[in-house]
Design a protein. Structure first.
Length: 134
């Protein structure tokens, strides 16, 4: 490669493109939160949270400097959509995580990427790549 050529940028679905990103984790199941933290750390991300309650998630969504988020749709019986709206208002991309998949999202959020629980490392990587795509 010549000195004046720049290397190609990593695709959003490439784990290297996730390195150094701050990711808000909103998840009320401790084991799932730990698994997701481990996956994100494997990608080189910094985890913010996890928040397991709606009030804590709203506070983090409104005040933390984050690059993207993974939101459990149901936090102890409370829908996470106020957090999604707060992140959307700040132009922070996010992914929903749910046992129901994208079909379980209300129409106003059905265009957002969704992870079907249980999910794999590869599925998380792909969903985050979609969320980060222009």
């Amino acid at each position: 490669m010549s000195a004046n050529m720049t290397p190609p940028q990593a695709a959003p679905s490439d784990p290297a493109s996730l390195a150094g990103r701050k990711v808000l984790v909103v998840e009320d199941e401790p084991l799932v939160a730990v698994l997701l933290e481990e996956i994100l750390e494997e990608f080189g991300c910094t985890v913010v949270g996890p928040a397991s309650r709606l009030d804590a998630a709203l506070e983090l969504a409104g005040t933390s400097e984050v690059d993207l988020a993974v939101l459990d749709v149901n936090l102890g019986g409370q829908p996470v959509f106020p957090v999604a709206q707060a992140l959307s208002d700040r132009n922070v991309p996010f992914v929903f995580a749910t046992g129901y998949g994208a079909g379980g999202l209300p129409p106003e959020w059905s265009h957002m990427p969704a992870l079907q629980k249980p999910y794999t490392l590869e599925q998380v990587q792909k969903a985050l790549g979609v969320a980060l795509s222009p």
